[in-house]
Design a protein around this ligand. Structure first.
Ligand SMILES: [Cu+2]
Length: 383
């Protein structure tokens, strides 16, 4: 008889199971000393301790998994280590919680937030601006919550891939190298020729392809792999933000990119970890400093696989919502936006009061599984 929280150490077999993605995973002895996660268990447990809407900075107990509740092939929380989960042993009354910090695969979500890759810039004989980028698909394991690892497929070793930025009318040239283990492409949203769409020209491992098109329309777009099965190639991490600025620009602002994403860490077809920019709870642990009265522009994109929608809700404020960012004069004034997968919106906001303000998915479940952050608004209140 196994007690709650114990792994099945009597089971010495290591059966292989095939998940819905067609991947085979070992189960059994190799993970006996690891605790496996399912989404519902994370929720029941209050998950990662440092998180939780009502417990910012606090710690919640984690109820370890009942062995019979584990799906085949589930993976994986690393054994205890500094910065990871702390095991509580055999009793559900002992704690398991997230402590410390992490950077997913060396990726720094704070740096990513405000990093825009404008490419190598030159001018064509016609006078048109040419921007050249290089994208390399690489398999890489990343850490998406303390001690929770995910075998990602990446563009340029990071999830999301780099935020590519240009101006409407620029010639965009993207050299793609498939350094990964599976066939991939880069499919850009936008207006371009059929053979530049990254849908049919599947690039085999070791292969290369150059995408070239004129950037239009201006707005907030994205790119992602379009090899099949599509949901697998996207949820593994092959996506990024593609910003096409209007020729006249947008008003000066503190700009940042938020890609709402999630990770199915046990390949059961539902996500266990949610975030903006990959690292669960990152902007709660590392609040984003802004100033009272300052114009803030958020480029918000939803790439979340498996869930029909995702959302952002802002505390203590409202924002101007420019859907897809393709109009400068039409906006909605709201404090919550819901986006389907692939949808995106430009948000403009200015804080009247200083202090710490949450932003998070308004699906409470997503927030409790990692999609929550804080704006740290500094300065005196605006009169
Ligand atoms: Cu792919």
């Amino acid at each position: 008889m196994l007690e709650e929280g114990m792994m099945d150490e009597q089971n010495g077999t290591t059966p292989q199971v095939e998940n819905t993605s067609g991947e085979r995973h070992k189960q059994g002895a190799s993970v006996n000393r690891e605790v496996q996660l399912t989404r519902r268990e994370l929720l029941k447990a209050g998950m990662l301790g440092t998180a939780g809407l009502a417990t910012a900075g606090g710690s919640l107990a984690f109820r370890p998994q009942l062995p019979h509740e584990l799906p085949p092939g589930a993976s994986k929380v690393a054994p205890p280590r500094p910065g990871g989960f702390a095991h509580g042993g055999h009793s559900s009354h002992e704690n398991m919680m997230a402590v410390g910090d992490f950077q997913p695969g060396g990726f720094d979500p704070t740096a990513f937030l405000t990093h825009f890759d404008t490419g190598k810039v030159s001018r064509l004989p016609s006078g048109q601006t040419l921007r050249e980028y290089q994208m390399i698909a690489i398999d890489k394991e990343i850490e998406v919550a303390p001690g929770v690892f995910f075998p990602a497929w990446t563009y340029n070793s990071q999830v999301p891939g780099p935020t590519l930025r240009c101006t409407e009318g620029d010639r965009v040239r993207v050299r793609f190298i498939n350094g990964g283990s599976h066939p991939h492409t880069v499919h850009f949203h936008g207006i371009h020729a059929a053979n530049m769409d990254g849908s049919f020209e599947i690039i085999q491992p070791g292969g290369t392809f150059t995408y070239e098109f004129d950037a239009e329309p201006f707005g907030l777009h994205l790119y992602h792999c379009h090899a099949v099965p599509l949901k697998r190639h996207i949820h593994k991490g092959l996506y990024g933000v593609f910003i096409v600025d209007p020729k006249e620009g947008r008003p000066p602002a503190r700009e940042m990119v938020m890609m709402m994403n999630a990770f199915d860490t046990n390949f059961d077809g539902e996500n266990e970890i949610y975030a903006v920019n990959t690292a669960a709870f990152h902007y709660q642990k590392h609040p984003i400093p802004i100033r009272v009265g300052e114009l803030v522009r958020v480029y918000l994109v939803n790439i979340t696989e498996f869930d029909l929608i995702n959302s952002l809700h802002l505390h203590g404020n409202f924002f101007r919502l420019y859907r897809t960012g393709t109009r400068l004069d039409h906006y909605e004034f709201t404090d919550t936006v819901m986006l389907c997968q692939g949808e995106r919106a430009v948000l403009e906001l200015t804080y009247k009061f200083p202090g710490k303000f949450l932003f998070h998915a308004h699906q409470s479940e997503f927030a409790e599984l990692g999609w929550v952050g804080i704006f740290d608004v500094q300065g005196a209140p605006n009169a």
